[in-house]
Write a protein that binds this ligand. Structure first.
Ligand SMILES: [Zn+2]
Length: 284
């Protein structure tokens, strides 16, 4: 058994029995992990509120080989982002950030960029940055880090380059994972009778999404996109992300709530009922 100390951001948990919790969290060096926290209600409070969703904390965990079961021993809060927790719009936005990390980051694969992105985005929500822009920058950059970045510089099918100065506005195909020229889109429509057909997008939204993917959060906040782009970029990203989430095995990772009601008025995510494979009990 090895004891490890690591920084972590809580992505969600479910209660197991009266006093135990199965906790999902993101670490800089090991990516998304799941571990058991035993006796979370004991008066010595080894955990306190540190296991609440989107809390950034320092964790001490014991790992048992050969199956790498993780037993959380202690957690101390580094940032609890209280300003998020008093505003429903920001709670919902933070819930989307942690949901997307759970969906797109595979278990136990290092994603230090995603960790910094999540920490910075939560800090941005907590200090009053625009919710809309924070969400879009996060989505675009998480997709890139996780390997799902949509292709926005050329037609995915025929590879013909698309440039904003071209007269014809492109189409976006969630199914193809990026832009389609008009000719390829017509062929796609015929072939697929697509459940998710290509749809026209404005040149400005493509330019904005391309810029957003290439900047860090600080630079991204300086973009100040036109208000008309708010709705359109949200629509494009949401349709693309929804399609990715509907595919297996991504959606398997979404079957546990990111926040659980304990009868004390805590908001729930509205996700489907838990359907998670539980780890084997740890001998204690
Ligand atoms: Zn084409």
């Amino acid at each position: 058994m090895t004891l490890t100390r690591t920084e972590a951001i809580m992505l969600g948990s479910i209660r197991l029995g009266e006093a135990n919790r199965l906790v999902t969290f993101l670490t800089p060096a090991r990516g998304r992990l799941t571990g058991m926290a035993y006796n979370v209600r004991k008066p010595n409070r080894r955990f306190g509120a540190a296991l609440e969703p989107f809390t950034q904390c320092e964790l001490v965990m014991a790992e048992r080989r050969p199956h790498h079961h993780i037993d959380l021993r202690q957690a101390s809060i580094l940032h609890s982002f209280p300003a998020i927790r008093t505003d429903l719009v920001r709670i919902e936005a933070a819930g989307r950030l942690v949901m997307l990390c759970r969906a797109f980051l595979p278990e136990a694969a290092p994603h230090p960029v995603a960790f910094s992105l999540l920490a910075d985005s939560l800090a941005a929500l907590a200090c009053g940055e625009a919710v809309w822009l924070t969400l879009r920058l996060f989505e675009v950059q998480l997709l890139r880090d996780a390997g799902y970045e949509p292709r926005l510089d050329r037609c995915v099918r025929c590879q013909r380059e698309w440039r904003p100065e071209l007269a014809s506005a492109p189409l976006f195909s969630p199914l193809a994972g990026g832009l389609l020229c008009r000719r390829c889109a017509a062929a796609d429509r015929r072939d697929a009778a697509a459940a998710e057909p290509p749809f026209p997008v404005s040149s400005s939204v493509v330019v904005f999404l391309r810029q957003a993917a290439g900047l860090d959060l600080e630079q991204g906040r300086q973009l100040q996109p036109a208000e008309a782009l708010y709705r359109e970029s949200e629509l494009v990203l949401r349709r693309y992300i929804r399609l990715l989430l509907d595919r297996q095995p991504l959606s398997d990772r979404l079957n546990t709530p990111w926040m659980e009601s304990e009868g004390d008025g805590v908001v729930t995510s509205g996700e489907p009922a838990p359907r998670i494979s539980r780890p084997q009990p740890i001998s204690r």
